[in-house]
Every structure is written in structure tokens, then in C-alpha cells.
Design a protein around this ligand. Structure first.
Ligand code: AMP
Ligand code: MN
Ligand code: MN
Ligand code: MN
Length: 277
């Protein structure tokens, strides 16, 4: 059982790398990839915990990238976390996240919500700061009932505290992953606000950028989704990945290992030559 997309408290997840590995084992996952947003800070701890639990850990990351006017996520799997180009890339992304956080806080301030930068930073602690930390701050202030509502009202694309932000383009991000010896996976292709035609254009551009695989399964999906994505992957010559995108224990649709097998006919990423898992 492979789950190749998950988060720890080193980005916007809730669990420590150790707690994540224990939960993976309890859920019947044998091979887990830790793919925190723009950081590999939890990978060494997850590796040690995996060894103790008798599981296999795939070193991973989820990079923010830009496609047209919107953000897309590219997962790097089986990366060398000590690679110098990767470290440089991560530093660049962390600076970008800090700059974006300041812009989001300024926007909130103008909307009459002061103290968001300090609040979100406090919630993030050592973790990579992201919009979920702002979302939680808004929940704690009593301005919205939950994080989803915070995205709907303030932080989501086109909402009042959405800031225009340019992440690095897909060829740049794919290259970072390849320089670290990894496999580049276009994450959750159906979760972007794109029509199917636009989504297919995104996949074609990802192939053009040198991408290797498509995340055919991302947690619990509407029926037919995996089959559709598997067809697109095969047509484009991409391998197939699957993962829960686990962040927290109270979201059963993103529970570790809680998804079916890859549809027949696709090439699993873990069977690509050189993939160590
Ligand atoms: P960021 O990486 O800072 O742009 O934040 C993106 C993260 O926010 C995603 O990886 C999700 O974990 C989370 N997210 C996105 N949309 C929502 C939503 N509608 N409700 C709750 N969390 C969300
Ligand atoms: Mn996230
Ligand atoms: Mn994502
Ligand atoms: Mn994710």
C-alpha cells in the first residue's frame, strides 16, 4: 500500500513526523511519502520513525509553482534532501512565502483585521507559513466558523485577501526536483479551478516542462475521476501516483491510505527505473 502525498506539522499538517508514521502504520500504509509544502524539514525524523515502525519512507516535497494566473502544486518524490540546488530552491520558496505572508497580512489589515502576521506566524511556529495558518487565525478571532470558510471569504483565489503572487514556473520547479534526483508529479490535477480542457492544457505543459507523473488518485474522489486521470496520464506518457494529501486526523476524505488501487493500465511511479521504495 503506497501513499505518496502527506503533510506533517513542518508545513500545514497537524501531526509530528513520528505521529504521522504511527498513523500510517495503523492505517495499513507500507510506503509513505512525506511531502510538506516547500520544506524537507520533517524528512529525517520521518525516516527514523519509519525505520522504527518497519515502514518505508519516500523523501518528498510539495512545491508551489505557477501556471498562467494560478498556482499549481508539483510533488517531488524520492529526492536527495541534501542536494545543494534543492536547498537553494527551498530557501527561495521560504523567502517567497514570508513575502507573501506580509502581503496577505497587509490586505487583512486594510479589511479591518489587524495583527494577522503575528498571529499566523505564532500558529506556524517553526513550520513553513501558509494560508492555512492565516485561516486558523481568522477562525480563532471568531471571524469565520472554520478554515474552509476563511478560504471562501478571505484567502481563496479572487477573494478579498487573495494576493497576486508569482511562484516559479513549472520548468524551473521540475528542474529543481530532477537536480535532486527525484520524480516530478503534478499534484491533484482536478483540484484547480480549471475546466477539463484547461486542465488537459496544464498537463500538456507539465509534460513540456519535463514532468514525470500525474497524481491520478488524491484522497477520496468522485467516481470516474481516477479512470479519467489515468487515461490522460497514459495518453501523455506520464506515470501515475496516488496519495491521500493527509493534513489532519479529522478529515476522513484525506485519511492516510484511504483510497483504492490505481486503475489498470497506468504505470505506477514506484515502478519507474531508479525509484527507491
Ligand atoms: P498555501 O500553500 O499557503 O497556498 O496554502 C494552500 C493550502 O491551503 C493547501 O495545501 C491546503 O492544505 C489548504 N487549503 C486550500 N484550500 C482550502 C480550503 N478551501 N479549506 C481549507 N484548507 C484549504
Ligand atoms: Mn496543504
Ligand atoms: Mn497541494
Ligand atoms: Mn498537499
Amino acid at each position: 500500500m503506497f501513499d505518496l502525498h502527506s503533510h506533517s506539522h513542518c508545513s500545514d499538517g497537524i501531526l509530528s513526523p513520528e505521529a504521522l508514521m504511527s498513523r500510517a502504520k495503523a492505517q495499513g500504509v507500507q510506503t509513505l511519502a512525506l511531502t510538506d509544502h516547500d520544506t524537507v524539514a520533517g524528512v529525517s525524523r520521518a525516516r527514523a520513525a519509519a525505520r522504527a515502525e518497519g515502514l518505508t519512507l519516500v523523501s518528498g516535497i510539495e512545491f508551489s509553482s505557477q501556471w498562467g494566473r494560478g498556482g499549481v502544486h508539483i510533488v517531488g518524490l524520492d529526492i536527495d534532501i541534501d542536494s545543494v540546488p534543492l536547498q537553494t530552491a527551498i530557501e527561495r520558496q521560504q523567502t517567497a512565502r514570508a513575502t507573501r505572508a506580509e502581503a496577505i497580512a497587509e490586505r487583512l489589515e486594510r479589511l479591518g483585521v489587524p495583527g494577522a502576521l503575528e498571529g499566523a506566524r505564532a500558529l506556524a511556529g517553526e513550520a513553513q507559513i501558509g494560508r492555512p495558518h492565516f485561516a486558523q487565525f481568522l477562525v480563532d478571532r471568531g471571524l469565520v466558523k472554520d478554515q474552509n470558510a476563511a478560504f471562501k471569504k478571505y484567502l481563496g483565489a479572487g477573494k478579498s485577501a487573495d494576493v497576486r503572487f508569482q511562484w516559479p514556473d513549472m520548468p524551473t520547479v521540475v528542474n529543481w526536483i530532477h537536480e535532486a534526483g527525484g520524480v516530478a508529479v503534478l499534484a491533484h490535477p482536478k483540484k484547480y479551478p480549471l475546466t477539463r480542457t484547461k486542465m488537459c492544457a496544464l498537463v500538456a505543459d507539465f509534460v513540456e516542462a519535463g514532468g514525470d507523473a500525474l497524481e491520478v488518485i488524491s484522497g477520496q474522489q468522485p467516481s470516474g475521476t481516477a479512470e479519467d486521470l489515468a487515461r490522460i496520464a497514459t495518453r501523455e506518457g506520464l506515470a501515475a501516483s496516488c496519495g491521500s494529501d493527509f493534513h489532519r486526523p479529522d478529515a476522513p476524505w484525506q485519511e492516510l491510505g484511504n483510497f483504492g488501487p490505481l486503475p489498470p493500465g497506468c504505470q505506477p511511479v514506484w515502478e519507474l527505473p531508479g525509484f527507491t521504495a
